[in-house]
Each structure stands twice: as C-alpha cells, then as structure tokens.
Design a protein around this ligand. Sequence first.
Ligand code: CA2
Length: 146
Amino acid sequence: MSKPIYVLNGPNLNLLGVREPEIYGHTTLEDIKARCETLAASKNTSVVFRQTNHEGQLIDWVQEARTEASFLIINPAGYTHTSVALLDALKALSIPVIECHLSNPHAREPFRRHSYVSQAAKAVVAGFGAIGYELAIDAGLRLLDQ
Ligand code: CA2
C-alpha cells in the first residue's frame, strides 16, 4: 500500500460542530476524520488525521510528513494568517501540500485574506465546509496519478 495521506488540523478545530455552527457547520472533526478514512480506504490508501492547538506540534508533524506521507492536506486554522515558522516547515517538503479551509477566508474579515501557508501550497480548497477535505483527498490523489 502507498504511503498515507497526512491530514493536519490546527488550533480550535477540535471545537467543530460544538461551537459557532453558523460559520463552521454541525459536522465534528471526528465526523470529518471518519469520512476521510472511508474515502481513502475506497482508493486503496489511508490517512493519518490529527489536530493540535500547538504551533510547535503542528510543525513537528509537518516535518514527519516530509518522509512519511504521500501528500499533505493542512487546515492550519489561525496559524494560516500568522505563522512564518509553519511556512518555513512546509517549504522543506517536496510532496504536494494542499491548504484546506472549511470557510472561504476571502469572504470574511480582511486579516483572513492573507495566508502565509499558501506560498508553500500546490492548491487551496476553501468554502466547501466539511466536504472540502474529501475534495482535497480526491484532488491530491489525481495530482499524484498525473
Ligand atoms: O475556515 C477554516 O477552516 C479556517 O481555517 C478556520 C480557522 C480560521 O482562523 C481560518 O481563518 C479559516 C478557525 C478555526 C476555529 O475553529 C472553530 C470551530 C468551532 C468553534 C470555534 C472555532
């Protein structure tokens, strides 16, 4: 079997489905994880799905993905807009990086319009809610097939 797809999630995404459903929907991160696992299995691969509230932990996992993942899907949450350190870690990867957001940050407050992470991303999926993760898995696998 191929290397797993890494799906990494940043701060506060553990609250999905519990708080602010008007912005982020009713689906929990556990639901998203289950959907990603099902989709990956149907494509004969697997996912490593993780969430952390800590920048250093996220960076450690990005570094791990460098050698362990087929490609990386990352929702960096608030670190999208703040973290040069995360960008530096992502730039060290040679596998494809897909930046994934539940909401469309460009349709929200002005400070969300800039993403450090996008500089290291092959592609961005945003605004599709929870299904964005499945779209990113499907698109990433098609990229690898090219
Ligand atoms: O739309 C996305 O996926 C975001 O990455 C979510 C981040 C936000 O800072 C980005 O601009 C866009 C926020 C994640 C916080 O998630 C929560 C979920 C439920 C309740 C409270 C926060």
